[in-house]
Write a protein that binds this ligand. Sequence first.
Ligand code: SF4
Length: 348
Amino acid sequence: MDPEHKSLARELSQDTLTTLCMDLGARPFQAKTLWRWLHVKGLRSFDQATDLPKKLRESLADHLELQSVQVVEESLSHDGTCKYLLELADGERIEMVLIPEGARNTLCVSTQVGCPVGCVFCASGLLGVRRNLDHHEILDQFLLAREILGEKELTNLVIMGMGEPMLNLDALLPALDRITDPEGFHFSPRRITVSASGYPDKIRRFSKAGKSYNLALSLHTADAEQRRLLIPTAQHDPRELVAAAKDHFQATGREPTIEIVLLRGRNDRIEDADKLVRLLKGLQCTVNLIPWNRVEGTPIALERPYEDRVEAFREALEQRGLNVTLRRKRGSEKNAACGQLRLRSLES
Ligand code: SF4
């Protein structure tokens, strides 16, 4: 192993890690101890592993890198939501958000640098996609958040940050496997929610991953034409997406959430609510309404919906028998939207 080019410790197989430890003069049980530190306890600094000899820790630090993400900026809002701009080893930047709500601490992580989907209301999609994250870059956001929280428990994980999770399942599923491993971090799959803006085949692959993860389908409207306007890359008919959401419920027993970012005059009318009710017939789900937060530089003119329209929309859904939640976007106005912090850092 070339000490000039450190390897990421969590990327190494157990055999490779053991060989390295032995080369550095460690005993086999110490290699096992290191493995547990990495994959069960989430080691973030070799100084933490005080049950390993100091000399070995120093040698390991010369050969191995523990973290693939570094905080370069924090933006704390009045409600306690904290958005982190993170830098990756190659200098690319992503966002991660910690959202405290009473006893709950929810972490929102990214899966791509930027996003190829290009929803017209989203800052993450404005500059397109640079690359997929590796599985350890997804895992390291989880470990970093646990470190930041300290004594407080991380209770929920949402994969709704920058990027389209369905377009990076090859990295996301192994990362979630690590996070939920009963022999490792043992985070409950039921506390993990993954968003999808389309891609029914990939949703089905995700649903068959063998764990009861939650699905949040970013539908936004039941009208196929309006949906193509809001998500120019969207290829699939909303009916196909709802069919995939039904299959998710069949496969996992978990009720999907249907996400609707409400935009004035585009998808917030009573006729839009009626169409949605018809489309969702037969799907056990909760509809989550998110009044849009302003993002500068959107490719088409968009407005936040009026409060009374939002209430009327919610009532129309509820009166027709749907479960509805209304989510006010948290976070400071300036940086509240997903991708906003990265966008500003690229502009400066
Ligand atoms: S809302 Fe999600 S899927 Fe759409 S552009 Fe933003 S990050 Fe991508």
